[in-house]
Ligand binder design. Structure first.
Ligand code: HEC
Ligand code: HEC
Length: 332
């Protein structure tokens, strides 16, 4: 007990000095994940990589949120079941636990609420919750793992989504060079990168891109000063609130690891950071950066790349004789 109290006190101290070091900046460092339920996280990782959650047996969460590519697919819009091309760009799953809600329009309140969506989305994994649970229940290795994590032999979709969410909560990316700078290592970023940060701050980018995720914590209009001609029919937040003032408001995306998560914007129309920064400055702030200023802002954004998820590639338990077989989708 005594020891615990001491530990708590020293943690509180460490916490307050960290806050003190960065309190004057609009961006704060990413904290590493604390894993309290390792069996749950391990199970969630397997489910994340398991294409048997899709009807075709071909598509996993990792197909569109590839953890070897910044948690995205690097496509303009994703390709799902039946070669369906979705209407909107896949955001990264990295640091998504820091978002105020999930999806571009915030229609899922948290990661668990989000995780059931793609499994049953006809254009994504094309399955349904009953079938996904039937598949898992038929795999003895999974039944054991669900039992270890939840204490029951019966697999439910709530458990599936809870495990996936627990895994996603570990997908944070601490130790970016910019975070080292925030914590006092003044040599962690170059003079040009620092100049880029100053431009980012002084131009007003931090009005929307702030906090630990450098975004993810508000909905904002795409096109505050000048209109944006999107190549996607998505209307944003209005679809959730029904309030016309929310038309074309989108969740501000995180800029953590943005160097890896191209192409940009909800319609995936900007291929490069140079283009995305130019568009943002013009349509959100009514500002035109010179080529040199733009390059500095881009250099700063690249300092936001943190430690990528790192773990042993999960080995998935084999199907049994009674596992429902995948249904391949039609040729295009
Ligand atoms: C076919 C591609 C595809 C598959 C498969 C897929 N996703 Fe997604 N994911 C997307 C797209 C596209 C969006 C954005 C949709 C929107 O905002 O309307 C998204 C959004 C998300 C978000 C919200 C992130 C944010 O910043 O708002 C999370 C989290 C996520 N997916 C996790 C998952 C998980 C977990 C799985 C597996 C159960 C999964 N996805 C399967 C394409 C996919
Ligand atoms: C008024 C709020 C606001 C301001 C100010 C703002 N942004 Fe954004 N930013 C957004 C929103 C909202 C999006 C997503 C818009 C969309 O895709 O429809 C976004 C998207 C981006 C993206 C693309 C990220 C991705 O993953 O798709 C980048 C890069 C970006 N902003 C950089 C900047 C920079 C640099 C500045 C300053 C020059 C800036 N932003 C100013 C709200 C803002």
């Amino acid at each position: 007990m005594m020891q615990l109290k001491l530990l708590a006190a020293s943690l509180a101290l460490a916490g307050s000095s960290a806050v003190w070091a960065v309190a004057s900046e609009p961006i704060s460092p990413i904290q590493p994940a604390k894993v309290t339920q390792p069996a749950l996280v391990e199970l969630g990782m397997k489910l994340y990589f398991d294409p048997r959650l899709s009807k075709s047996g071909f598509i996993s969460c990792n197909s569109c949120h590839n953890l070897s590519m910044g948690g995205t697919d690097n496509l303009k819009t994703s390709i799902g079941h039946n070669w369906n091309e979705g209407p909107i760009n896949a955001p990264t799953v990295l640091n998504s636990s820091l978002n105020l809600a999930q999806f571009w329009d915030g229609r899922a309140k948290d990661l668990q609420a989000q995780a059931g969506g793609p499994i049953a989305n006809p254009g994504e994994m094309g399955s349904n919750h009953l079938l996904a649970v039937e598949v898992l229940q038929s795999i003895p290795g999974y039944v054991l793992e669900f039992k270890k994590a939840f204490g029951s032999d019966k697999v439910t979709i709530e458990e599936v989504t809870k495990a996936i969410a627990a895994f996603e909560e570990t997908l944070v990316t601490p130790n970016a060079r910019f975070d080292k700078w925030l914590k006092g290592d003044k040599k962690a970023i170059t003079a040009d990168e620092l100049a880029g940060y100053k431009l980012f701050k002084e131009s007003g980018c931090t009005g929307c891109h702030n906090g630990p995720a450098v975004g993810g914590n508000s909905y904002q209009k795409m096109g505050v000063v000048a209109p944006y001609n999107a190549s996607s029919p998505a209307q944003g937040r209005v679809g959730v609130t029904g309030n016309d003032a929310d038309r074309f408001n989108f969740k501000v995306p995180t800029l953590r690891n943005v160097e890896l998560t191209y192409p940009y914007f909800h319609d995936g129309a900007a291929n490069t950071l140079k283009e995305a920064v130019d568009t943002m400055a013009r349509i959100q702030l009514g500002k035109t950066f010179t080529a040199e200023e733009n390059a500095k802002v881009v250099a700063f954004l690249k300092t936001l790349t943190g430690d990528q998820p790192s773990f042993k590639l999960p080995q998935l338990p084999p199907s049994s004789d009674s596992t429902p077989r995948p249904e391949p989708f039609a040729k295009k």
